[in-house]
Design a protein around this ligand. Structure first.
Ligand SMILES: O=P(O)(O)OC[C@H]1O[C@H](OP(=O)(O)OP(=O)(O)O)[C@H](O)[C@@H]1O
Length: 180
């Protein structure tokens, strides 16, 4: 099934050209969510990458992570916790744990935060995201979670191998699988 899923992910993905002044292509992942077979298979396939590590909760950064994380949490029969980007919405009126996200693929330093009451000291946390580019979100969430961090499950991992190893990133596709 996973090989079928990989082929389907490749076929449903597009690079788009925004035109001047942009001089780079932008990933269009919308085809993944539009395909019911992919949507059905993604949660179990990403869950299987870490099932033997026995996660107790899934955490994902907004915004695409809010779509994908619950699919994986459901496949693992665990709950889901949102990691919010600072400044993206009104302040959340309860105690948060915040961590700095180092400069990411867009060159910005950001902050990610989760509600403190939703994570126990002994939780085993799986981070889920659609894409690991520089590893910045994964690194920020590892800082935030500390010893609770198990690793990151992603659809695509294009991080340098030392970063992939250091942050325990496991993925269904590499960047090369989606070369334009
Ligand atoms: O490994 P990194 O360098 O941290 O990059 C990975 C992030 O890039 C994308 O976010 P983006 O903001 O492009 O999209 P989104 O807001 O749709 O999640 C993706 O969803 C990851 O969260």
């Amino acid at each position: 099934m996973t090989d079928d899923l990989r082929d389907r992910l490749r076929r449903a993905f597009r690079w788009t050209d925004p035109g001047p002044p942009s001089d780079y292509l932008v990933s269009d992942r919308s085809g993944w969510w539009r395909d019911p077979v992919i949507l059905d298979a993604l949660g179990p396939a990403l869950a299987d990458l870490f099932r033997s590590d026995r996660p107790t909760v899934v955490v994902s950064p907004e915004v695409t992570g809010f779509l994908l994380g619950p699919l994986v949490a459901r496949a693992l029969r665990v709950g889901f916790v949102e990691a919010y980007r600072a400044g993206a919405r009104r302040a959340i009126a309860e105690e948060m744990i915040w961590a700095e996200v180092p400069a990411d693929h867009r060159g910005d330093v950001q902050h990610l935060g989760v509600r403190r009451r939703l994570l126990a000291e002994d939780d085993r946390v799986l981070v889920v995201d659609d894409w690991a580019s520089t590893g910045a979100q994964a690194r920020g969430l590892r800082t935030l979670l500390g010893a609770r961090y198990l690793g990151t499950a992603a659809i695509v991992d294009e991080c340098p191998p030392p970063v992939t190893a250091e942050l325990t990133i496991r993925a269904l596709l590499t960047g090369a699988d989606l070369d334009p």
